[in-house]
Ligand binder design. Structure first.
Ligand SMILES: [Zn+2]
Length: 342
């Protein structure tokens, strides 16, 4: 089969379209014919060698996978060849104390597709059958590849890690990003008022089109003042945050009394200096969110089938064009998601 593999790390790293042996499913495993694979910030970190995990190269990247089952290993009874599926990218053991509590995202033996093992920028991918979720008929492979990871990340943040009430104010950082574009729509479905940041007029327009009630220009230094103005100086109840660094500190300036920041990333910096005084005086919270559980993917795809949430897709690339897809995500001009179709 054909796969685009990372040969050496860098920004850009060296990638090659290669012919490699077809994967063979072992016990409890399946091979999925990849139809669409979304590109994520995680792929850029993997490419650059910027993740705090040891990586073996060459590696096939790609963690947001939709396709059809191509072959089944032994002891796989719930699935048939040809079934349309989305793949859970944070693989879990199903046996540790956290898995037994239904917290697959906290699995102590967790692996990430496209990082610890080969992912979806290939014609086929080998995955545990336990990682599969049925793709509803009304959801295309492209939509699934744009929502399976980014959308379910936002779903996990807003329905698992925090509890949103109708009428709450929610600030979404970077509403034109993969997580942000889904978070706006999920927050609206939950009955919240949504403010989104965006660094260009086109990105702010996208946020409005996705349902945001207000947008603020994140290139203006004092944008948190705008957020406070919009909320009558009260501040927001929740911030959906995935940038970290200085953006996280600015998110605190937007937060109401009793408010919570839920964060799932640190593209703008992994180290911050917190002001603890307002944190405890205003009884605010900072909550981490990592990955998702299969139920988050299931609900995200159900909502997509019901047209409650749509995928914001910027561009689709063929498998040989994968390095171009990486370049587009790196230069931050992307509106929504970039997808590779092997
Ligand atoms: Zn586990």
């Amino acid at each position: 089969m054909k796969a685009v593999q990372l040969i050496t790390h860098g920004a850009p790293g060296k990638m090659e379209l290669r012919e490699i042996p077809d994967p063979k499913p072992g016990e409890g495993e399946v091979v999925v014919r990849v139809r669409s694979c979304g590109l994520n910030r995680l792929d850029l970190w993997t490419e650059e060698g910027a993740l705090p995990v040891k990586l073996e190269l060459p590696r096939t990247l790609g963690c947001e996978i939709a396709g059809e089952i191509f072959s089944l290993g032994k002891k796989v009874s719930d699935w048939r060849v040809g079934d349309r599926v989305a793949v859970q990218s944070n693989l879990f053991c199903g046996e540790c104390e956290f898995c037994l509590r239904g917290k697959e995202s906290l699995c102590v033996k967790g692996q990430i597709l496209g990082v610890n093992r080969d992912g979806g920028f290939a014609e086929q991918v080998l995955v545990p059958a336990s990682s599969l979720v049925t793709l509803p008929k009304r959801v295309s492979f492209e939509t699934s590849a744009a929502l399976t990871l980014a959308g379910s990340t936002a779903m996990h943040m807003l329905t698992n890690r925090v509890k949103v009430r109708s009428g709450d104010w929610i600030l979404v950082i970077g509403g034109a990003s993969g997580v942000g574009s889904a978070a706006i729509q999920i927050a609206k479905q939950l009955g919240a008022y949504v403010i989104s940041t965006g660094s260009s007029e086109a990105k702010r327009d996208l946020a409005i089109n996705l349902g945001a009630d207000y947008v603020v220009d994140s290139t203006v230094e004092a944008w948190p003042i705008e957020v406070r103005k919009i909320t009558g100086r009260r501040g927001v109840d929740f911030v959906v945050e995935h940038a970290g660094g200085e953006v996280l500190l600015k998110a605190f300036e937007c937060l109401a009394r009793g408010g919570t920041i839920v964060t799932c990333g640190a593209t703008a910096g992994r180290d911050v200096e917190l002001k603890l005084w307002p944190l405890f005086v205003k009884e605010q919270s900072l909550v981490g969110s990592y990955g998702r559980n299969r139920i988050d993917i299931k609900v995200t795809l159900q909502w997509a089938a019901q047209r409650k949430i749509k995928a914001a897709i910027d561009h689709e690339f063929s498998l040989p064009e994968t390095p171009r897809a990486f370049a587009q995500l790196r230069n931050r001009s992307v509106m929504g998601k970039v997808i590779v179709k092997p």
